[in-house]
Design a protein around this ligand. Structure first.
Ligand SMILES: Nc1ncnc2c1ncn2[C@@H]1O[C@H](COP(=O)(O)OP(=O)(O)OP(=O)(O)O)[C@@H](O)[C@H]1O
Length: 265
């Protein structure tokens, strides 16, 4: 069974004053396997944020269902919903969204504070380990204003991963970084995803960012339009290095986006 199962999700926004209806999701069905890294792409207004917000339990669909680890998320309420968000979901946004009054270590530790089964030492060890994985162990005692944008974003990734949540939702996580920092972060996310078997859904407009995933899904007018996966790469590329393979995948993503723009199904 897939880790995330989305069935026939429909969501229409209705403007309060004019009553005008805007369909945002028009029957989206999608499965995400455990350990997969999926990029969600599509033109502005296609429904990417709406889908992400429904998965994040921030928004509710009008019909259809979402199951994460076989739990129907729409059934969750109150404290059960808060606990679900904290332990099962990890969030990475464009801006690092660290709390300024907490040190980097305290920020990373936040998702662990609700896990009462963990003692203090285990929490500290986990924070140190993930900080080492992300190359930020030397800035743990600093405050967010005392670190660079790239370091802050790596700390935000550490915070999203530290509790080993079922699903990590990322919205343009490298949008505020220069290309060197962006590539560095994406490489680290790729390595950590394999190590912790994390499942990632990442929304991006950037095909280069998407090419770090292993599956890219395109959405258009609230419907899934097409997808490409790395595993379906041509046989002749199998002996190539990982950067070459990423480049091949990148080219295939560009081809898919070109088809999307031309409106050819
Ligand atoms: N709160 C809202 N009220 C009314 N319409 C909305 C609301 N949020 C989104 N929409 C509409 O729903 C559709 C899908 O929007 P959504 O934000 O999911 O698109 P998106 O693919 O994330 O776009 P972008 O890439 O520009 O962020 C759009 O037509 C949008 O105008």
């Amino acid at each position: 069974m897939a880790l995330v199962e989305i069935r026939d999700l429909v969501k229409t926004y209705r403007a309060k004053q004019s009553g005008v209806s805007t369909p945002a999701l028009q029957g989206v069905s999608l499965e995400l396997e455990k350990g997969s890294f999926t990029a969600l792409m599509g033109p502005s207004g296609a429904g990417k944020s709406t889908l992400l917000n429904c998965l994040a339990t921030i928004d509710r669909a009008d019909s259809g269902e979402i199951r994460i680890r076989n739990r129907q998320v729409h059934d969750l309420r109150g404290s059960e919903l808060s606990a679900f968000r904290t332990t099962e979901l990890g969030f990475i946004f464009q801006e690092s969204s660290l709390l300024e009054t907490l040190s980097v270590a305290e920020n990373i530790m936040l998702p662990l504070t609700l896990q009462s089964s963990l003692d203090k030492k285990t929490r500290r060890d986990r924070v140190r380990q993930i900080a080492e994985d992300l190359g930020i162990a030397d800035i743990l005692d600093r405050y967010p204003v005392e670190v660079s944008g790239g370091q802050a974003q790596r700390a935000a990734v550490a915070r999203a991963l530290v509790g080993n949540p079922a699903l990590i939702l990322a919205d343009e996580p490298t949008g505020a970084l220069d290309s060197k920092n962006a590539r560095d972060l994406l490489n680290r996310i790729q390595i950590l995803k394999d190590r912790y078997h994390s499942t990632i859904l990442l929304v991006t407009h950037d095909p280069l960012v998407a090419s770090f995933g292993d599956r890219v899904i395109c959405i258009k007018d609230g419907r899934l339009f097409s997808e490409v996966t790395r595993s379906s790469q041509p046989r002749e590329t199998l002996s190539q290095g990982s950067e070459d393979l990423r480049q091949v995948f990148f080219n295939r993503i560009i081809a898919m986006l070109t088809t999307l723009e031309q409106g050819v199904v």
